[in-house]
Ligand binder design. Structure first.
Ligand code: XIL
Length: 876
């Protein structure tokens, strides 16, 4: 009877599916079988929106080629029996994944071998809508697959998770994996770099990962070029127990706790990789423990540990945590940062927790947000509930086979239980470090918490609030009695001042230039009225300028420059060397050297391109983005190398020429025209405290220190209204000032969700704050908006720029008017008091703020010529 029912429902489903009916299917104990005639060219698909009612189970069977992408909702259970390899939770063709936001039930994933029993793996392939994620992303939500955000998922024995070739981020609310299951990254072994990170735990629950975490096998071992990593989110504890993990992309513990509880004794004996294995690049940490988070366990960690938070060796008061790689014997170091702490639990001389490192213990004064900290790291021992410590008991808490590095610069603050009296013994002999403590009396001692009185500054332990910068409100506030008009075109405000500041716009490629006549369309008017700087959105990229080798086509770019001159706009050139929009004759995809250039040949190509481009426009193009987007998205390297940075691997320039293509590019551009400014441009480098921001600074500093002719960096500022911090942007700009570099905003768009008035207001505030940072920092001469209106903006659907689809100024536009107006009014006041060299100043006229000569005394400015010949406007 039940069978009949299931069969009926099954038939109904198949019927509805065949008819393309997209109505919701209510599922109660339903089976969807997607195992018929699946081939690589005819995937079996299921995309009908489906609700799984609470208490019911939807069972899905897939065969090798399946796209399962229904919108799901409901609280029931989903059982996925996955056929081999290509069972996509999404569509394989467009890399999309479905919306399961309203599906909160449990998910069980099993292997299904009934149809084809000989596949590489049985499991689910997770798509990411083509988005790229890097584990140092401060705000990953829009860059990851959030399919399982609200689900508790179990990966059963024999089942697997895999991702497509990409930089994938997969968030799962709760994940448990059984022994015999596997978390891969990209499921094919190819030399192409591919990274996959599983963000686990946002439901704040505890879970166990007993399955293997490792990339696909290549020559019998996990492919180290492909990163598979874990990012621990949420408050719960995740326990890893497999003995053959190779977590090449590292474990990052952002929140909560991770226990590495593999069987270290067996791993040691059999030379297994054990609890974590090592990072793909063995000099990088395999575990990062961030502030407020904890790493513990009594297994082995096969790589370095970077500690900002707590290390809590052992589990439940027992056990040793080993930093040791038994498969390679490489030394594993512990790097402790200010505010970090190590916690030990003491029961008696035979029962306590401890840690042993095969490498050294090193101190880095850099905090998690790349600022400097002062607090020394702590060792804290506490008595367990059932402690029976006796006089004379010795506890060897830490052993590091390769000692404590730079021991003169730092020491542990050691905090011992106050109830007893202790002797601390830090032996640093024969290149080893051993910390042991001995109970010398059962009477109350003095060390507990009191030791090391000079070490009181522990502010690094408290959560840093966003650092507030100085109050700008006076500078940008409304100025009483101002004569500066409201609602003027943006550039007009700047033209009232003696300033080099320019506000720019990227000219959309769909725009016809109207050269040389004055533009007539509303779009063109909005451009020339408001902006005194423009950038070709595409026309100065290498594919357009040099479509064939040494065959230059400056047509569109020339038109733009001509037009800009007619409209008294300056031009910034974008961009000389980039891995995208590269002509096919150089490289088919900009990444690979399919044309087999030698280093010398490609350098010559680059030199020729840069030289001819720069010379073509002379000083009509006031500055160039010489190198664009050369940094990798993942800049974890700056955690262990504070001056480090990682170049993008998938770039033909990096691959064929090597890092010094950057140095050479700047030199060639400078030789072609020493009078223009040269910039290094990149994205996601706007806010201080972010790894990539630090990396761009490090690269720019390296170039500057070496004498490479670089004038500054461009921060692209493709941002989201929700993730903006004015103090952090300001800090970034100021940091460049310290090393004599400009820092400008080159491609601003501020994405919002929909265009409700609250979103538009939020966006307006962000534009205003960016403008405030621009205006108040002398080393930030330009801010450029990427696109003139929401219709032409390259981030379509994000309502990201100043004018709407109908070319009407949005609240963001009005906010910029206000910010500029206030700035001008304030500047007037400031110039009047700012110590103009009156003795040497010769009055050359009396003008109003728009520069018109005044006949009668009025509220206005004097234009004075200074002894050095410059002209200043002075408030009267
Ligand atoms: C974008 C353009 O806006 C698009 O029209 C084009 O299709 C792709 O490139 N970073 C950059 C810009 O440096 O050159 C990009 O411009 C946007 C991202």
């Amino acid at each position: 009877m039940l069978n009949m029912q299931i069969m009926k429902k099954q038939l109904l489903t198949i019927l509805m599916f065949a008819l393309g009916v997209s109505a919701q299917v209510w599922a109660d104990d339903k089976l969807i079988d997607l195992c018929e005639k699946n081939t690589s060219s005819t995937y079996k698909e299921y995309g009908t929106a489906t609700t799984i009612a609470a208490g019911s189970t939807l069972t899905v069977r897939t065969a090798r080629y399946t796209d399962f992408y229904p919108t799901l909702s409901g609280k029931g259970n989903l059982e996925l029996y996955c056929g081999g390899e290509r069972t996509y939770l999404g569509k394989h063709s467009d890399k999309s994944y479905p919306n399961w936001t309203n599906f909160t039930g449990h998910v069980d994933i099993y292997p299904y071998k009934a149809v084809e029993g000989n596949c590489g793996f049985y499991g689910a392939v997770m798509n990411t809508n083509g988005k790229s994620y890097s584990p140092e992303d401060a705000n990953p939500t829009s860059k990851i697959n959030v399919l399982f955000n609200n689900n508790k998922v179990v990966l059963h024995e024999g089942a697997a998770f895999a991702t497509e070739k990409s930089a994938a981020g997969i968030r799962i609310g709760e994940l448990n994996t059984e022994a015999g299951s596997r978390m891969y990254g990209y499921y094919k072994s190819q030399s192409a770099t591919s990274t996959a990170y599983y963000l686990l735990g946002c439901l704040h629950t505890d879970a166990t990962l007993a399955g293997r975490i490792a990339s696909v096998e290549k020559n019998g071992a996990p492919d180290a070029t492909q990163a598979v990593g874990i990012v621990k989110e949420g408050k719960g504890t995740y326990t890893l127990t497999a003995n053959d993990n190779q977590i090449s992309g590292a474990i990052r513990i952002n929140e909560g706790k991770v226990l590495i509880n593999n069987d270290a004794a067996t791993a040691r004996k059999k030379k297994y990789t054990g609890g974590t294995g090592s990072a793909g690049n063995a000099s990088m940490p395999v575990a990062y423990v961030f502030k407020g988070a904890t790493l513990g366990g009594n297994g082995n960690i096969g790589g370095h540990v970077d500690l900002y938070g707590s290390l809590m060796p052992g589990d439940e008061g027992q056990g040793t945590l080993y930093l040791a790689n038994y498969a390679t014997s490489a030394a594993c170091h512990l790097i402790v940062h200010p505010g970090s702490s190590m916690h030990f639990s003491l029961t008696d001389a035979s029962a306590y927790t401890s840690m042993e490192a095969s490498g050294s213990i090193q101190f880095s004064s850099m905090l998690q947000d790349f600022t400097e900290g002062k607090t020394q790291p702590q060792v804290v021992a506490t008595l367990s509930e059932n402690q029976q410590v006796k006089e004379g008991d010795t506890f060897t808490l830490i052993k590091a086979a390769k000692g404590r590095q730079n021991a003169a610069d730092w020491k542990f603050k050691i905090v011992l239980p106050e109830q007893l009296t202790w002797d601390v013994n830090e032996a640093e002999e024969n290149g080893q470090y051993v910390l042991s403590v001995t109970c010398t009396s059962l009477n109350q001692g003095s060390q507990g918490g009191e030791d090391d009185k000079d070490n009181v500054d522990d502010k690094d332990n408290v959560d840093d609030k966003d650092e507030e910068d100085e109050d700008d409100s006076a500078m940008f506030g409304e100025v009483a009695g101002t004569t500066v008009q409201k609602g003027m075109f943006l550039r007009k405000y700047l033209e009232m001042l003696d300033t080099d500041k320019r506000i720019g716009v990227a000219v959309p490629s769909t725009w016809t230039y109207n050269v040389p006549a004055s533009p007539s369309s509303t779009v063109s008017k909005n451009i020339s009225n408001n902006f005194n700087l423009c950038v070709a959105e595409n026309e100065m990229k290498i594919d357009q300028i040099e479509p064939s080798q040494n065959g230059f086509n400056f047509g569109a770019a020339n038109d733009l420059v001509q037009y800009a001159q007619n409209q008294r706009m300056a031009v910034r050139g974008h961009t000389l060397v980039w891995h995208q929009q590269v002509p096919e004759w150089i490289s088919k995809d900009g990444k690979n050297n399919d044309k087999k250039w030698t280093r010398e040949q490609l350098l010559e190509i680059m030199k020729n391109h840069i030289t001819k481009c720069v010379k073509q426009f002379g000083s009509k193009v006031m500055e160039w983005d010489v190198v664009n987007e050369t940094l990798d998205d993942d800049q974890s390297i700056v955690r262990t190398n504070p001056n480090g940075y990682q170049l993008r691997k998938e770039s033909v320039w990096v691959k064929v020429i090597g890092e010094d293509f950057i140095d050479s590019a700047f030199v060639y551009a400078h030789r072609a025209n020493p009078n223009i400014k040269l910039y290094l441009n990149d994205y996601d480098c706007e806010f201080s405290g972010v790894a990539k921001t630090t990396a761009l600074y490090n690269l720019a500093k390296r170039l500057k220190d070496k004498g490479v002719p670089i004038d500054g960096v461009g921060l692209q500022c493709h941002l989201k209204a929700n993730n903006f911090s004015k103090p952090k942007l300001n800090q970034t700009v100021k940091r460049y000032a310290e090393i004599g570099l400009n820092c400008i905003f080159t491609e601003i768009d501020i994405a919002i969700t929909g265009n409700s008035s609250s979103e538009l207001t939020k966006q307006a505030e962000v534009f205003s704050q960016i403008a405030q940072v621009w205006l108040k920092n002398d080393n930030c001469p330009h801010m450029v908006v990427w696109g003139i209106n929401d219709k032409f903006s390259w981030v379509s659907g994000s309502h990201a720029v100043l004018f709407d689809e109908n070319n009407t100024g949005k609240p963001a536009y009005k906010a910029l008017q206000t910010t500029l107006r206030n700035y001008v009014a304030n500047m007037k006041q400031q110039t009047s008091v700012e110590g103009v060299d009156n003795a040497n100043a010769a009055e050359v006229g009396r003008y109003n703020l728009s520069g018109l000569r005044l006949t009668a005394p009025a509220h206005g400015v004097n234009i004075v010529r200074m002894s050095n010949g410059t002209v200043k406007k002075v408030m009267k």
